[in-house]
Design a binder for this molecule. Structure first.
Ligand code: CA
Length: 227
């Protein structure tokens, strides 16, 4: 699964454990230990889902939740609240502040994972699909393999990530900057020209005799996956 999860948790051991387990499941993970920083990072990174601790040193989880749900750029990102408080009243407060789900500590990781997957399936089906097919192209996200016309295509890791991203929304044009952000992430030393290099490699790799070119260059805009 290639979804990006943002963890807001001030207890370092829990944060580390969550990060370790989520990354093992294939998620991209960002995190913060305090509320103010979390708010600005979430607006900047726009993750697919937020795990939010209730008790933080500066802002409470409830306040963060309220801020996020009133900001139209991030209000659709689902929030799962994590808290040591198990009382019914707190659960109601958490859900009233806009959180989509609520989990009481201590919880098991499989339980949390099940909630995360269920949530993503609801709000972002494309990131949970383990296999995505577009025309004669298939991306198997579990095995990290790509097939064209049922034949396996060998791709480098960056080309795989590029294709895996483009195929989530065929026909949508992405700028080089957007592709850089998605595929190279926080590596700021990469130039946008690098995207062109990897797009060229990807094109060559998925080009099979007689097959249609599936990656379109949109002048001065970027690239899209389409017929
Ligand atoms: Ca805490």
């Amino acid at each position: 699964m290639s979804a990006h999860i943002f963890v807001v948790e001030d207890e370092k051991p829990i944060q580390t454990l969550l990060r370790y387990n989520l990354e093992k499941e294939g998620f991209k993970v960002s995190s913060s230990e305090n509320g103010e920083e979390a708010l600005s990072l979430i607006k900047e990174k726009k993750p697919d889902l937020i795990l939010l601790d209730w008790m933080l040193p500066d802002l409470s989880g409830i306040k963060i939740c309220q801020y996020l749900k009133h900001d139209k750029k991030v209000k659709d990102i689902p929030i799962i609240m994590l808290t040591a408080k198990g009382e019914e009243e707190d659960k109601v407060k958490g859900l009233e502040s806009g959180a989509e789900d609520y989990l009481t500590k201590p919880f098991s990781f499989p339980e949390l994972l099940a909630r995360i997957k269920a949530m993503l399936r609801r709000v972002k089906p494309t990131v949970v699909n383990e296999e995505i097919i577009y025309l004669d192209l298939k991306v198997d996200r579990v095995a990290m393999k790509v097939y064209r016309q049922n034949k396996e295509v060998s791709l480098g890791p960056k080309e795989f990530k590029l294709l895996d991203f483009l195929i989530t929304q065929p026909k949508r044009v992405y700028s080089r900057e957007q592709l850089l952000e998605q595929v190279w992430g926080e590596d700021i030393n990469v130039e946008s020209r690098t995207v062109d290099v990897h797009i060229t490699r990807l094109r060559q790799a998925i080009n099979i005799d007689g097959s249609k070119p599936l990656i379109r260059t949109v002048r001065s805009a970027g690239y899209s996956l389409e017929n």
